[in-house]
Ligand binder design. Sequence first.
Ligand code: HAM
Length: 415
Amino acid sequence: MAQSVKGTRDLFGNELDWFQRIEDTARRAFQRHGYWEIRTPILEEIEVFKRSVGESSDIVHKEMYDFLDKGNRHVAMRPENTAGVVRAMIQHKLLASSDPQLLYYIGPMFRYERMQAGRYRQFWQIGAESFQVASPESEAESLLLLYDFLRELGLVQLRFSINSVGTPECRPAFHAAFRAFFQAREAQFCEDCHRRIQENPLRVLDCKSPQCQAALEGHPVLVEFLDPASRAHHERLKELLTALDLPFEENPRLVRGLDYYTRTAFEVLSTDLGAQSALLGGGRYDGLVKQLGGPDVAAFGWSIGLDRLAMLMQALHGTAPRKPAPVLIPLGGPATLKALALAREWWQAGLDLILETRGGSLKKALTTANRTGAPLALILGDGELEQGVVAVKDLAAGTQETWPLAEVPARLSAR
Ligand code: HAM
């Protein structure tokens, strides 16, 4: 029997209930802040990612699902959505005016990664991207949206981890100092780091090997190489986070796995599941739009892994709150036709109702209703039909009463 492809999975039941709950909460938060949804294709030309996420990043270098299509185009299944959104903004000239553009997306991403808890090859992200926004205040707005959204989901042990990765102008001086530091203890670093120091020295800070992390002790710190404007930007963001009571810590090794960041880079750490882990990440990417052929605009954004968030919600709260609908059970031919017409009327009035359509015994219908957790069974037999009523069985209490058919919508919506 065929199985789902390794690293992918079917979503249903409780996990999907959480996905939907999280998505609904996110959409409401975005709506409140004036963000618009954007949906870009899963397939993009591979260059979109090479020129943004970066050829030296693990995402492009090792994890991309890319192939030649039947027309010999080199395409990739998106490993993230910032690059695709930027491509779309340029293509549709959505950055022609200097007005801020606030956007969000929810959708699947693909990375050929080693499987771990909460890490998949097809995973979902919720993301926010703001364009034409350069101020630390705009970052505070985006981070407030994010923080309050996570709080609304019931997460409390949250902490921002922030850094400034500077601008392309101030990085060469840092790179030089960092290369000198690296060379002095070269032998202590792993083979990958020897490649990273050539391609993008910042990546060395991101190495997961405990040995490399130990060798980094006392490394030159990027914030000390910032130009005055970037330094002021960073200081102002910290001031704002403090004033808004958003808990944060500075992490000089936080550089993130994507090449496009400038100035602010951040992650959100949560200890809601015990051990501290990164729930999401993002930052400023002022040079990216221009790099992909668009105008020179400032931009900031973040994405959160929905899979990881749903896992956290499940661990914290168990099953997602779900309200099963009452069941309407017709008995006999004439009642069945009437039940279809009544159910239609009630559905049109906005009520939730499941219609039993199998036409079997009442016992079988009640067994199913009980199994699905229906709160009420509305039973419509020939007798009830004649009198214009329905027998209503409370499946939890085991009690039964009779309601006039005309009163059903009001009584159901009052529950
Ligand atoms: P990222 O850090 O590569 O950033 O991914 C963001 C989040 O996606 C991660 O923190 C994690 O929650 C989730 N994620 C990544 N890979 C996996 C996986 N294999 N399985 C499950 N979840 C995963 C970005 O993607 C940037 N586009 C963020 C951004 C937006 N920066 C600016 N704007």
